[in-house]
Design a protein around this ligand. Structure first.
Ligand SMILES: [Zn+2]
Length: 48
């Protein structure tokens, strides 16, 4: 596997919203940070 921090300099498209984001986030969460936040908010509304 590549080192995650090295791929951080390149952009990748989020499979959910198509926005250009860090590939690390796609690997970690499966989508960009915005989708991650939205999903977290929908899953745990009490946190917000
Ligand atoms: Zn997204």
């Amino acid at each position: 596997m590549r080192q995650a921090q090295e791929t951080n300099s390149e952009a990748a498209a989020c499979p959910e919203c198509g926005v250009q984001t860090s590939p690390v986030q796609l690997v970690t969460w499966g989508h960009c940070r915005a989708c991650r936040t939205a999903d977290s908010r929908a899953t745990r509304p009490l946190r917000w």
